[in-house]
Design a protein around this ligand. Structure first.
Ligand code: SF4
Length: 460
């Protein structure tokens, strides 16, 4: 007898990774059109939780208009003798996995950024109430994480209630994140790894250290430790650091070994603190992308919520496509917001001295962690909307990257041939049609022995 016999659709790991396009969706919950959205787990006392209680605050699935997008929150309260507050982050992250087990129900991202869709087919099969989703989550939580003795789940769609609670959740996430700040990688022997997102990116493995928060921004080193302790066979596991191969790049023998094993040999080396060479892979859940802007030799940053195009003319979605998929791609790097607060943030590449552009809203969130001497030299969309404007801004503000430009003789006439040290240009997936064949280059890197820079006088 199936554990889910009273659920009108199928439930199982085979549905993980299922994507639901807009034309197929019955309803969208949260997502880019909604500012207020959240998922939150809180640990409560045993007498504070009514076991298996499911509450819907606001219209239920059957009461919303087909094709609509609505504000959404999931609030889960758990209790158990061995359930500590430290586990909240990792229990919360399992919402992603368990929702994706439901046929025709898609969950993306995390925390204040969740994006869910229910498809028409599953709605027509009878999945027309959050009560069913609550039942699935309850059963999965209690069977997969047996230390949870009691669980109650509240789904919110009432816009005012979602907005009110969304604001409260932001300070709860911030308090969690602040906990690991100040700790150093050097102070611990163990890091943590996570492969929860392998259903979407089979060669991705997050490495979580005190100074490199998980890409999704939902799992800190403390969360990793708590999860690996209570569920050692689960998707979050310990990584013994082993020999320090390069402390600057953040390369460790233990990390290389575990990542190789967990990605079945697809990724053999990881440099934690750079966007080049052997960068940390990116699944698709990252909160932001650091993207190289070759014209100014610096990194731009864009977060998921940024709706305009970035300074290089591309929106977040296009940059995310070039970054995601568990690949190591020079100059396209998935990151969390919290990692930007780390003193080791892209340290090999120059750290904040190499960041040239970012949305004003993210800059505001993390400005206390950007060195004072550079914070006003980093442009936002209010300063530069295109690369030529960015170049002017950086020059006018004497950004540190400008010093590097002087080393490349771009002003030489009429044509410069520079034998640069093995320049490599990463390309997103590219198709070439020739002679009746289509050649698809995946994660290609074009290596050139010589770089020719031609001056285009008329354009200047
Ligand atoms: S982004 Fe990384 S840490 Fe977060 S759930 Fe996915 S694999 Fe785990």
């Amino acid at each position: 007898m199936s554990m889910f016999e009273d659920i009108p659709v199928d439930v199982g790991v085979i549905y993980e990774g299922e994507r639901i396009r807009r034309k197929d969706m019955y309803v969208e919950l949260g997502g880019p059109d909604q500012e207020a959205k959240f998922e939150l787990v809180r640990v409560k006392g045993l007498d504070e939780v009514e076991d298996e209680k499911i509450t819907v605050v606001g219209p239920d699935l059957k009461d919303v208009k087909e094709g609509s997008s609505i504000p959404f929150g999931i609030y889960i309260e758990v209790a158990g003798k061995n359930v500590e507050e430290e586990l909240e982050g990792v229990i919360e992250r399992r919402i992603h996995e368990y929702c994706n087990f439901i046929e025709g129900f898609m969950h993306l991202n995390q925390r204040y950024d969740i994006w869910l869709r229910l498809n028409k087919k599953s709605f027509q099969k009878g999945l027309n109430s959050f009560n069913y989703i609550g039942k699935v989550l309850t059963k999965l939580y209690k069977s997969e994480l047996p230390f949870i003795e009691k669980i109650q789940i509240t789904f919110m769609t009432d816009p005012d209630k979602v907005r009110k609670m969304w604001k409260e959740t932001l300070s709860i996430y911030e308090a969690r994140d602040a906990k690991a700040r100040g700790m150093k990688d050097e102070e611990v022997d163990t890091f943590y790894g996570c492969t929860l997102c392998q259903s979407f990116a089979p060669t991705h493995c997050c490495v979580i250290t005190p100074q490199r928060y998980a890409n999704c921004g939902a799992i800190s080193w403390f969360d990793g430790r708590a999860s690996a302790r209570v569920d050692p066979k689960g998707p979050v596991f310990t990584i013994e650091k082993g020999e320090v191969i390069d402390p600057e790049k953040g390369e460790y023998a233990g990390v290389n070994e575990v990542v190789k094993k967990k990605t079945l040999g697809a990724v053999n080396r990881v440099w934690l603190y750079t966007g080049f060479g052997y960068p940390h892979t990116s699944c698709g859940c990252f909160e932001a992308v650091a993207f190289y802007v070759p014209e100014v030799d610096g990194f731009g940053i864009v977060h998921r919520g940024f709706k305009e195009v970035t300074v290089n003319g591309l929106p977040f979605s296009t940059l995310a496509d070039s970054t995601a998929g568990g690949r190591q791609i020079d100059g396209f790097h998935g990151i969390s917001i919290e990692y930007m607060r780390s003193p080791k943030f892209l340290q090999v590449d120059g750290g904040w001295n190499r960041i040239v552009w970012m949305p004003a809203s993210v800059k505001e969130r993390i400005k206390d962690f950007i060195p004072k001497e550079v914070v006003d030299k980093i442009a936002t969309e209010n300063d530069a909307k295109a690369v030529d404007e960015l170049r002017t801004f950086l020059k006018d503000h004497e950004h540190p990257v400008v010093q590097q430009w002087k080393e490349v003789p771009v002003e030489a006439e009429p044509e410069v041939e520079e034998a640069l040290a093995a320049p490599t240009v990463p390309l997103p997936t590219t198709a070439i049609s020739a002679g009746g064949f289509k050649i698809i280059l995946k994660n290609a890197k074009i290596h050139a022995e010589k770089l020719i820079i031609k001056r285009e006088k008329e354009k200047r």
